[in-house]
Structure formats: structure tokens, C-alpha cells
Design a protein around this ligand. Structure first.
Ligand code: HPA
Length: 269
């Protein structure tokens, strides 16, 4: 049995057989949502091969259960490329999600904005991305499945449903291009200017490898950034991880409202 099939069996033993409809990965400081899931929490430590989510602001557990009437699998933490140098650090968790029979993935993250009209505290849904970190989680994959098309990698139907959910909640949900930097250092002001010229609207250190892996595994994907700061050099505010964690809850309450409405009313089939 593959590792992901073994993990899926272990998870089913604890949480029941029903396949989750949505997988959700929660970014830095955005873990609160999992507290609302009526279900079973499984610490990553009980799931061999899952990341020891070593970044403060993440809660390393998988929560499976009901949220707004949908069965969801919520990942409280992720592993980032910068923790190990492995862009495929989230491959096993995502393979496990697919092995559970889940078909849709929603990713969240904290990000820096490059646009004055998407200020800190705001939300930006990714309509596309740039893998500026210069690596790919599928390097080393040997099958032809590695040649994953990335057109519409950010699922148009899920995006439309998320947009309507935001509208129904009266919450502004900008859309734009997310540029993946490796981190863990923040960008320089010159890198932020370069990203802007390349067509980015926000920058961050995660999510893109998970979208690539998600598409590889046949999951439909959408992602939303909580903007915690302006990109380096775009404001006088100092950028730090503490600032990210302090700001994330402001956008997180909006994100939670959008996601809950989306799950209640999702017409993304
Ligand atoms: N850059 C990269 N990652 C981030 C930022 C940023 O400005 N803010 C939150 N995560």
C-alpha cells in the first residue's frame, strides 16, 4: 500500500469513511477556522510523514468534520519550501487528501500587497500565480503526469463561487496574481519593484507549490491571501513575522465569513 493510502486508512479509522468534499490549508495566523469544525482532530505527529509544522502561527493538526454542512478536511499548518529546501514538502498531505476521495482544495496564506487598493487587512483571491522561487514540487517525478497544464490552475468555477460568497457577505475580495518567493527572508524593495513589473499583485512564501501538487493530483484548487502588509519599500511600516501574525486575524475574520458562506451556498460544481 502507498504511504498516502495507509494514512488515508488511518484517518478513516479515526474520523469515519465519508470523503471530505473540500480540503482547506490554513496559513500563518489563520488557524482559527478549524476550531469551528465539528469533527475529529488528528495531530500531524500521529500521521507519519506529515510535516512537523515548525513555523509559529500554525497549528499542526488535521481536523476532519462538518463545517457549514459540508465535510471538510482542514490542515492547520503547512510546511514551506524554506523550512527544508524541498518544494514538495506538502506532497504527502495532499496525496493523502486525494486518497481520502477529496476533489477540491482551498488554500489560504498571509501575503504582502503590491497594490495600494489592496491594503493590509484586505483579502485577495489568486487568479493566477508566478513561481518566482524558481523551483517546482514535481522535479524528480518520473511519470508523464508531471507535465501538468497550469492554465486555469485557479479553478474558475470555484473562484466565481468564492466571489459571490464575498459579495453576499459584503466583503471586498480583490483578485490578482500571487508571486511565490522562497523566503524565509522577506523581499527587498528592489525585488518588490521587480515583482510588480512582472505582473504580480501580492507576494508570499507558500501556496504555489501546493497548487501545482493539487493540479498534479487532479484537485480543483482556489486560494485566498490575507494581506498583512504592503510589500517591502511600499510603506513605512516595518515587515516582520510578528507583524504578519498580529495582522492576520484582522483579515482572517473576513476570510472566515467568505469561506463559511461559500461552503453553505457553494455552486461551484
Ligand atoms: N512577503 C512575503 N511573504 C509574506 C509577506 C511579504 O511581504 N507578508 C506575509 N507573508
Amino acid at each position: 500500500m502507498s504511504k498516502s493510502a495507509e494514512l488515508a486508512a488511518l484517518i478513516r479509522d479515526r474520523a469515519g469513511d465519508a470523503a471530505p468534499e473540500y480540503g482547506l490549508i490554513l496559513g500563518s495566523g489563520l488557524g482559527h477556522l478549524s476550531a469551528h469544525v465539528a469533527g475529529v482532530a488528528i495531530p500531524y505527529d500521529d500521521l507519519p510523514g506529515f510535516p512537523h509544522a515548525g513555523v509559529s502561527g500554525h497549528v499542526p493538526q488535521l481536523v476532519i468534520g462538518q463545517l457549514e454542512g459540508r465535510r471538510v478536511a482542514v490542515f492547520g499548518g503547512r510546511s514551506h519550501y524554506y523550512e527544508s529546501g524541498r518544494a514538495d514538502a506538502m506532497r504527502l498531505p495532499l496525496e493523502t487528501l486525494a486518497a481520502l476521495g477529496c476533489g477540491k482544495l482551498i488554500l489560504t496564506n498571509a501575503a504582502g500587497s503590491l497594490r495600494a487598493d489592496i491594503p493590509p487587512g484586505g483579502l485577495m483571491m489568486l487568479d493566477d500565480h508566478i513561481a518566482f522561487a524558481g523551483t517546482n514540487p514535481l522535479i524528480g517525478e518520473r511519470t508523464d503526469a508531471r507535465f501538468v497544464p497550469m492554465t486555469d490552475a485557479h479553478d474558475p468555477r470555484m473562484r466565481a463561487a468564492l466571489k459571490s460568497a464575498a459579495q453576499a457577505e459584503g466583503i471586498e475580495l480583490a483578485e490578482g496574481v500571487y508571486c511565490w518567493f522562497s523566503g524565509p527572508s522577506f523581499e527587498t524593495p528592489a525585488e518588490i519593484r521587480a515583482a510588480r513589473i512582472l505582473g504580480a499583485d501580492a507576494v508570499g512564501m507558500s501556496t504555489v507549490p501546493e497548487i501545482i501538487l493539487g493540479r498534479f493530483l487532479g484537485l480543483r484548487c482556489a486560494a485566498i491571501s490575507v494581506i498583512t502588509n504592503m510589500g517591502a519599500g511600499l510603506s513605512d511600516e516595518a515587515i516582520s513575522h510578528d507583524h504578519t501574525k498580529a495582522m492576520a486575524p484582522i483579515g482572517a475574520s473576513k476570510l472566515e465569513a467568505v469561506l463559511r458562506r461559500f461552503l453553505r451556498e457553494a455552486q461551484d460544481r
